[in-house]
Design a protein around this ligand. Structure first.
Ligand SMILES: O=C(O)c1ccc(O)c(O)c1
Ligand SMILES: [Mg+2]
Length: 630
């Protein structure tokens, strides 16, 4: 596979979970050209430096650097002499590893002395030692370095050291975390930059060392201007590796293979942003359908729920056991096939959503971009005359199909489905469209799916929220298309007893936990659904008392909310009304929302109330009746 970026791709071993062998195999499988070997991964490896070097070479890679070497420059004697002796030992190891670059990060020792010329003199002398071993040394400013904490000072020291074996190492995290200006990067000659390290991070208000050691993430997963940083580096003519260096607690707990793949996807997306080589990120126009895979009995039960929600069975697939239920712009499919993908999904995960179809502006471009980002596509046989609907693999082994307004893929309902004649003229739709789709996943996977969705689609990331479930905290991250054509909410929890975690553990993986539909008139919709026999999640009286106090709403309005079990939120003049069905088959549930006046959120203030109510329903209180009735 050709490397789309002009720079070799690299990643530091510290970025992944596992032992050194697992890390290297995952990194090679993801297609990286090189690795930075972290000293700790080397020290804990049960084998010599030659063995590590051979393993890296056998995997078709090179070692871009050996690191970190700490607290070297500006030391008083005898620490200074000891630093040189330590460096000499490491240079010898590097010769055996087969790497020519050592990373030295700026001194954090309280004993370190300041002075640019003192540090430059130390590096000049070290350059002579490095020359004897045929290696080079790159100097990196840590954002919390004692005297040097800005890349401009590191570069000035390197410039004054004036030694061909001594260069500077730039790290996007240290640069952007300190908000150092990027302009001066352009004045560093590209061949004096020995390595460029990349990391993003979410904006957090905390000390920079903890932020760096625990919350770094791949570019595209955080809030830092890594693209601007890479553009500035490109201006220098630097042709060396772009190397991820991620210290992150989630990464240390995740799957090395998945993380390495994410790292490659991040580099591809980053290269595409600085020098576009892929089709643009797909614009999602809407949700074409949501497909449930289940057995006949559960499908019959779910059909009952769909009916009560105002859906009608409007079509049957021409060759498969798939029924279409619709109202407004919403299409739900019930797939009860006894072989093929949907059935495997149902066996593996139980009844649930096996696929989502998204309507995009151009399916060919969306598939090409997915391929460029190394997102696997999915193929299955189609019957004669039926449409081939392109698909990729998404969250938890589910599929994402693509349709588009133009061409055959704009006519899937006419081509693949036979209409079911309506007994009577259909009543007005209670529900109009899919408002959002909420997916639960392992906490460690959240950043993966964030990168997946935001590198493929035009989506805006809304800041992550921590929501209190009676069983622990749930992190919730919305992704929203600017025109509202698609809203995803990613949920993950580190606590094992939250609804979100139990969804993942009990269903053998991530997936769609709830779907919200948009109602033009939520009160009318709920009334009609209750008349059809549906009941909704119970909301405690305390909630409505508080609502009255908080928002000063009319008592009659509060009464209507209470009677319909509707939750309420307000943001300025914008209002949000939401109601939940009971959980179906202990697996998923539906939400009905009404957005008034352009409300943009998801009712996060109400989420703890909803989660507590669901927890109560999932684990009914078993108090003796006599006590309960007192
Ligand atoms: O956190 C650290 O100590 C550390 C070490 C080496 C690096 O390249 C870095 O960016 C940070
Ligand atoms: Mg670094």
């Amino acid at each position: 596979m050709t490397n789309p970026a002009p720079n070799p791709t690299s990643i530091a071993t510290v970025s992944l979970s596992g032992d050194l062998t697992e890390k290297l195999q995952a990194i090679a499988a993801a297609g990286f050209d090189a690795v930075e070997v972290f000293e700790n991964d080397f020290l804990t490896f049960d084998g010599g430096p030659r063995e590590v070097g051979r393993m890296v070479a056998d995997l078709g890679m090179t070692i871009s650097a050996f690191q970190p070497f700490r607290d070297f420059e500006g030391m008083p004697e005898p620490l200074r002499a000891r630093g040189f002796a330590r460096a000499e030992r490491k240079f010898a190891i590097m010769n055996e590893l087969g790497t020519d670059l050592m990373l030295i990060c700026s001194n954090v020792s309280p004993q370190a002395l300041g002075g640019i010329d003192r540090a430059a003199a130390d590096f000049h002398e070290l350059g002579d030692l490095a020359a004897r071993f045929g290696v080079r040394v790159g100097y990196e400013a840590l954002a919390w370095g004692r005297h040097v904490n800005d890349y401009r000072d590191a570069w000035e020291i390197v410039r004054r050291a004036d030694h061909e074996r001594i260069g500077v190492i730039l790290d996007s995290f240290h640069t952007l975390a300190r908000q150092s200006p990027l302009g001066p990067i352009a004045s560093i000659p590209g061949d004096r930059i020995f390595l460029v390290q990349l990391a993003d991070a979410p904006k957090l208000d905390m000390d920079v060392l903890s932020w760096s050691r625990h919350f770094r993430c791949f570019p595209g997963q955080g809030d830092l201007a890594v693209t601007d940083f890479v553009r500035a580096v490109a201006q220098t003519g630097y042709k060396g590796p772009l190397s991820h260096e991620i210290f992150n607690d989630q990464f240390r707990a995740g799957s090395a293979r998945r993380l390495a793949t994410d790292g490659m996807r991040s580099l591809i997306a980053l290269a595409d942003q600085t020098a576009p080589h892929l089709p643009p990120r797909a614009q999602v126009l809407g949700v074409e359908f949501i497909e449930f895979a289940l057995d006949e009995d559960t499908a019959a039960e779910l059909s009952g729920l769909f009916s009560a929600l105002g859906f009608r069975r409007t079509g049957l697939h021409v060759s498969k056991s798939v029924a279409r239920w619709s109202q407004g712009d919403i299409n739900l499919l019930l797939n009860t096939e006894t072989d093929g993908f949907a059935q495997s999904h149902a066996i593996m995960h139980g009844p649930g959503v096996c696929a989502i179809a998204l309507r995009v502006d151009d399916v060919g471009q969306a598939m090409a971009r997915a391929g460029g980002l190394r997102i696997p596509s999915f193929e299955q046989p189609v019957g004669p005359g039926e449409l081939h609907i392109p698909a990729i693999r998404g969250v938890g082994g589910s599929l994402i199909y693509f349709t588009q307004p133009e061409g055959d893929l704009g006519h899937i309902w006419e081509k693949d489905f036979a209409p079911v004649p309506a007994a009577a003229a259909p009543p007005a739709a209670l529900l109009q469209s899919v408002d959002h789709i909420s997916q639960s996943m392992d906490y460690e996977e959240m950043l993966s799916w964030l990168l997946f969705y935001s590198s493929l689609f035009q989506l805006e990331r809304i800041p992550q929220l921590a929501i209190a479930d009676p069983g622990g905290l749930v992190e919730s991250r919305p992704l929203v298309a600017s025109d509202g054509g698609l809203r995803f909410v990613l949920n993950g929890s580190q606590a094992t007893r939250t609804l979100s975690s139990r969804f993942v553990s009990e269903h053998f993986g991530s997936g769609v936990q709830h779907i919200a539909f948009d109602a033009p008139d939520i009160f009318a919709a709920v009334a009609a659904m209750r008349a059809a026999g549906l009941s909704f999640l119970d909301i405690p009286e305390n909630y409505y008392e508080d609502l009255e106090a908080r928002h000063g709403l009319e008592p009659a309005f509060i009464d209507a909310l209470r009677e319909h079990h509707i939750l309420y939120d307000r943001d300025g003049e914008a209002e949000f009304l939401q109601v939940y069905t009971h959980v179906f088959a202990q697996r998923f549930f539906f939400e009905i929302v009404e957005r008034r006046g352009g409300y943009a959120g998801f009712g996060a203030v109400n989420a703890p109330v909803r989660l507590a109510a669901q927890a109560r329903e999932a684990r009914p209180v078993t108090m003796p009746r006599s006590l309960r009735e007192r």
